[in-house]
Unconditional design. Structure first.
Lengths: 257, 262
């Protein structure tokens, strides 16, 4: 499925967070949204999945919903958003229960995603018993259980430590290379964007506008090779130049909330 | 190079260490001191009867059946009033927590009525409902109602918004969001409220029974006081303390069962 963003603007009171965003997420691609903090990346992602109402503009989807997809646009959250009173299994079941699936299919879906995320032995554990990385794996498993057409990820790795982040990035890649789910990946981490994305959309800061869209024309599998490093370093520099000045402003700003 | 010196340890203390048995020893010691003081005539038994005579009085009440009569009456009032107030309080608390309109209307009302000491309304309730059971139950219910409302909607306010958004992002129907996310998320706060309302209920029970009742622990204590039967009076106080302890234990069990995930 494709996602088309048309003229999205959003304001919080007097502050214009997003201003006239036009964007297309193509079938099967991973689009990274990067930008300095406060540029409205998360706001845009919320609007894309219909959990935030934009002040102006519209979001459209094109293409058929794949068979068995219960929730075409599915989120993976930065803070995992797991219910602490439900087990791993119960948290995944939450996304399925209200669809009235036959019990056998529900169980099959849960078993399938638990196996794919390496959580099979933790199915009875409560979230508080799991490490941050394992918790996010539950978040991923829950998202996969509804067979999403578009994955919307809001800084899914930024609450994790560096090593766990590496491990989960590998998992994400393995998943995408196999399934090719259309994905929007919000991050402020250039390395993550360069590693995972097919295209990187750079947003400017307040008001958030699309500054540039950079294509990374190199398959994800090749990006870890030494030969690829020079090319990626060049892209990294280019992206960093695009956001550096604004990141500096953002860093020196007094937050007034 | 000068000589090496050991680093002195300075991180001790300020840590709570469990001391087993200390509480029991203190408790027994205190009661023994009390018993001895009365036996040696340091304290007049008319003002403070010895622990043994309190136990004796308690035993006599239990054997004669008066104890069960008073406890039965009191429990009926407490249970009735507390249940009524809790059910009503949960309903309004949920409404205030979930719907903006009921919050706009309900919150100022609750804030205005909550500070009234509910026992002050008993004379009015007696005029309306008669001197019988209804006015006492209503007093307890009113006293329990407002704290329950406040505990419930505060607990709902404390449910993380991101969990609710998560539920919506998976297309959960509103009823499911309420039942599977809001209610369990608010449960710890609601149960903490039960603890407070149980003690409020007990206070109002005794006060209401002292104002006008034939039976009940409050009435019994008042009568014993009027007749200078301090051993019976204290037996009544012990009943209340046991009752409070039992309620507390019950709530602990309930919390442990319902909040296993914490």
């Amino acid at each position: 499925m494709e996602l088309i963003v048309q003229g999205i603007s959003h304001r919080y009171g007097d502050i214009v967070a997003l201003d006239g965003i036009d964007l297309e997420v193509r079938e099967g691609e991973t689009l990274a949204l990067i930008g300095p903090s406060g540029c409205g990346k998360s706001t845009l992602l919320g609007i894309m999945g219909g959990i935030l109402a934009p002040s102006a503009g519209s979001v459209l989807v094109r293409g058929a919903v794949p068979a068995g997809s219960l929730n075409p646009q599915t989120y993976i959250f930065q803070d995992f958003a797991l219910l602490p009173w439900r087990t791993v299994e119960g948290n995944i079941a939450l996304a399925l229960e209200h669809h009235g699936l036959p019990a056998a299919e529900c169980q099959a879906r849960i078993a399938d995603v638990l196996a794919r995320t390496g959580l099979a032995e933790f199915r009875q554990a409560f979230p508080k018993q799991l490490s941050g990385g394992m918790r996010q794996r539950v978040g991923i498993a829950r998202a996969l259980a509804v067979k999403p057409a578009i994955l919307l990820m809001d800084e899914p790795l930024s609450a994790l430590d560096a090593q766990t982040r590496e491990l989960l990035m590998e998992d994400f890649l393995a998943l995408w290379l196999r399934e090719r789910i259309t994905a929007v990946y919000v991050t402020h981490n250039l390395q993550e964007a360069l590693r995972l994305a097919d295209r990187v959309c750079v947003l400017s800061r307040r008001p958030g506008r699309v500054r540039e869209i950079v294509s990374i024309d190199m398959p994800q599998a090749e990006r870890v090779t030494p030969a690829a490093q020079a090319h990626l370093a060049g892209l990294h520099d280019r992206l960093w130049r695009l956001i550096k000045a604004e990141a500096q402003v953002a860093e020196r700003e007094v937050v007034d909330v | 190079m000068s000589e090496a010196r050991p680093v002195t340890f300075r991180g001790g203390g300020f840590v709570v260490v469990p001391k087993k048995g200390a509480a029991l020893v203190a408790f027994v010691g205190l009661i023994a001191l009390w018993e001895v003081s009365v036996r040696f005539g340091w304290i007049s038994p008319i003002f403070l009867p010895s622990p043994t005579s309190v136990v004796e009085a308690f035993w006599e009440l239990a054997v004669s059946g008066t104890l069960w009569l008073h406890i039965g009456q009191s429990l009926k009032r407490l249970l009735g009033g507390w249940t009524l107030g809790t059910v009503g309080g949960l309903a309004l608390g949920f409404a205030i927590g979930v719907w903006s309109l009921s919050r706009a209307v309900g919150l100022p009302l609750v804030s205005a009525l909550f500070p009234i000491p509910k026992i002050a309304l008993l004379p009015l309730l007696i005029l309306w409902l008669g001197i019988g059971e209804t006015s006492k139950v209503a007093t307890i219910a009113l006293g329990v109602f407002f704290p329950t409302v406040i505990a419930t909607f505060s607990a709902i306010d404390g449910v993380p918004r991101n969990l609710i958004r998560m539920g919506q992002s998976f297309n959960l129907p509103a009823a499911d969001v309420l039942r599977k996310i809001v209610l369990p998320g608010a449960l710890p706060g609601i149960l903490a409220g039960f603890r407070i309302t149980a003690s409020i209920g007990l206070i109002l029970l005794v006060s209401a029974e002292m104002i006008g009742a034939e039976h009940g622990i409050g009435a019994f204590i008042l009568q014993a006081g009027n007749l200078m039967q301090t051993d019976q009076l204290l037996a009544g106080v012990v009943m209340l303390s046991v009752l409070g302890l039992l309620i507390g234990t019950g709530l602990n069990r309930l919390e442990r069962r319902l909040l296993r995930w914490r």
